[in-house]
Design a protein around this ligand. Structure first.
Ligand code: NOJ
Length: 574
């Protein structure tokens, strides 16, 4: 799994053992009753996050913004969107989160800004070729960089848009209202260092680097993963290591495993990186009832430096992206998981976890068991811990960004505002209605999904092998069964997963573990000892997942207990 074995101070590697919870301030809890979530609301709910057991929160963009891309269109990198609060509340949030041992990861959207950012307004008016104009990427010839793909295919026809004011075309990898910053301009690079300093000095623990493969452009290339981009990230990393050790970069690089892994550099670029290709393959394996998509993608994943870590996830605030699959695989995924054509968007599917899995509790548990046991730091998307539904009839990706469902009360306990005032409507679909799917109700029922998640999280925190162990797939004849071990130091965990909706037998070779006892991880029940030269037999219920700690049975002969002899001298009357 790891290339080197260098020792790093443990406190700097906090992200390896983390469990990250992703949320949008506006969607979590409205503290002032105006229909939009805010810092005040999040502060009220920090205890909930602590109770769930997560160790870090990733906050989606909270900056001033026209919100045409839900905040990924930033108009000011140094303040807070007024609807959510102010910088003083942000500082309180940091203190309160840290007091609860929760790390805070924020967004650094540095590939592009909003077209409303003063830099862009200044650029379009500045003379051609001036440093101010060159904060962004301009051309007179829109056939330039023609080998670069369009990401938001449902919305944009070209990566160039004409600007009347500037009388030139400007470059954008995403929406046309998100012009790309020009990293060829050293002044732009300086701006990014300034931003980092500002937020680090306030005390943030990490940054998610949005859309990081696209920073530089070069003719004749596809404009992704360029050496210039890697060189810039290494400079940024060095700066953070020198001045703010422990602050983490989490790269959003939606690429095939090789390219994705390149963002770790030699352990001198990004600390973490989402494993995008794993995610759709978990869903494929489940549907196909075959472990191959999972084992294959891990086989294609290169070893990474010892101080680096993948982040793995089932769902997030975007569509379930199908960019990193083949055309056939994409067709298969659409056919299976996008039953309503409205669910398709760009190259993906806009559904939350529960609706993707037909609200099947066994499948939801199984997918979470994979999320928590495969290598990497798990990232949970807010609301998925209670099985929230979605609304594909809302625009863009809004259907998976509706208010968090806290209780069966008005507006799902998210806000006291008039329901018409909410930033997005709550989920009213009878199957996922907030009157039944909500935190309050699930908290009271220890059989709920919320409690299941809590238990998995608690267990994960007990064993370092989850965050740091290697990965070793075990040979099993039955392809519907996935079995693997994770070993770290002297601890080995064993996972056996039935991807089928029917019961399955599994003979598993536990080579090297004869004399070990599989102890079921949740109950502590001991299973029969592993004997030499024999495969171990498991009977698995439909969509079953079984987790074990492999404990070495002591074979040394313990001498029979003997009562100590006490020599008492008898004095006196006798
Ligand atoms: C990736 C983000 O996850 C997505 O929500 C956003 O639209 C694009 N980057 C553009 O910033």
């Amino acid at each position: 799994m790891s290339k080197t074995n260098i020792d790093f101070p443990d406190n700097l590697l906090w992200y390896k053992d983390a469990i990250i919870y992703e949320l949008h301030i506006k969607a979590f809890r409205d503290g002032n009753g105006d229909g939009v979530g805010d810092f005040q609301g999040l502060l009220e709910k920090l205890d909930y996050l602590q109770e769930l057991g997560v160790t870090a929160i990733w906050l989606l963009p909270f900056y001033p913004s026209p919100l045409r891309d839900d905040g990924y269109d930033i108009a000011d990198y140094y303040t807070i969107n007024k609807s959510y609060g102010d910088i003083e509340q942000f500082k309180i949030l940091l203190d309160e989160a840290h007091r609860r041992n929760l790390k805070v990861i924020t967004e650094l959207v540095i590939n592009h800004s909003s077209d409303q950012h003063p830099w862009f307004q200044r650029a379009r008016r500045a003379p051609k070729g001036s440093p101010e104009r060159d904060y962004y990427v301009w051309t007179d010839d829109p056939t330039q960089y023609k080998d670069v793909r369009i990401i938001f295919q449902d919305f944009e026809k070209s990566n160039w848009t004409w600007d009347n004011e500037a009388q030139q075309y400007y470059w954008h990898r995403f929406f046309h209202h998100q012009p790309d910053l020009n990293y060829g301009n050293p002044l732009v690079q300086d701006e990014v260092f300034r931003m980092i300093d500002y937020w680090c000095e306030l005390g943030v623990d990490g940054f998610r680097l949005d859309a990081v493969p696209y920073l530089f452009e070069r003719e004749g290339t596809n404009g992704e993963n360029l050496p210039e981009t890697h060189a810039f990230l290494k400079k940024l990393r060095k700066h953070v290591d020198d001045h703010f050790p422990g602050v983490v970069f989490l790269a959003e690089a939606n690429m095939w495993p090789e390219d994705s892994a390149s963002y770790f550099g030699n352990g001198d670029e990004c600390h973490m990186n989402y494993h995008f290709p794993v995610m759709p393959r978990l869903f494929m394996s489940l549907q196909m009832e075959d472990r191959y998509p999972i084992t294959d993608i891990f086989d294609q994943t290169p070893a990474i430096p010892a101080n680096c870590q993948w982040a793995i996830f089932l769902r997030n605030h975007d569509e379930l992206t199908l960019e990193m699959v083949t055309d056939e695989e994409r067709d298969y995924m659409y056919k299976t998981y996008a039953k309503d054509p409205k669910a398709k968007i760009n190259l993906g599917i806009r559904h939350r976890l529960a609706p993707l899995l037909g609200n099947n509790r066994k499948k939801i548990e199984l997918m979470n068991s994979l999320l928590f046991s495969l290598p990497g730091t798990p990232v949970i998307y807010y609301g998925d811990e209670i099985g929230m539904g979605d609304n594909v009839y809302l625009g863009d990706r809004d259907g998976v960004r509706t208010p968090m469902q806290w209780s069966p009360d008005r507006n799902a306990g998210f806000s006291t505002a008039n329901p018409h005032k909410l930033y997005l409507p709550t989920i009213l679909d009878p199957e996922y209605h907030y009157e039944s799917v909500n935190v309050e109700t699930q908290r009271q029922n220890t059989s709920s999904l919320f409690w299941f998640m809590k238990r998995m999280i608690t267990l994960r925190k007990k064993h370092k092998a989850f965050g740091r162990g290697d990965l070793n797939f075990l040979p099993v004849e039955n392809p519907k069964v996935l079995a693997f071990t994770r070993t770290y130091a002297d601890e080995t965990l064993l996972f056996v997963i039935n991807l089928s909706k029917f019961s399955q037998p599994a003979h598993i070779e536990l080579t090297g573990f004869s004399g070990y006892v599989p102890v079921e991880a949740f109950s502590q029940n001991s299973f029969p000892i592993v004997s030499e030269n024999e495969t171990y037999f498991f009977t698995l219920a439909p969509h079953d997942y079984q987790w074990f700690v492999l404990e070495k049975k002591h074979t040394d002969v313990i001498p029979a207990f003997q009562l100590p002899t006490i020599n008492v001298a008898l004095w006196g009357r006798f």
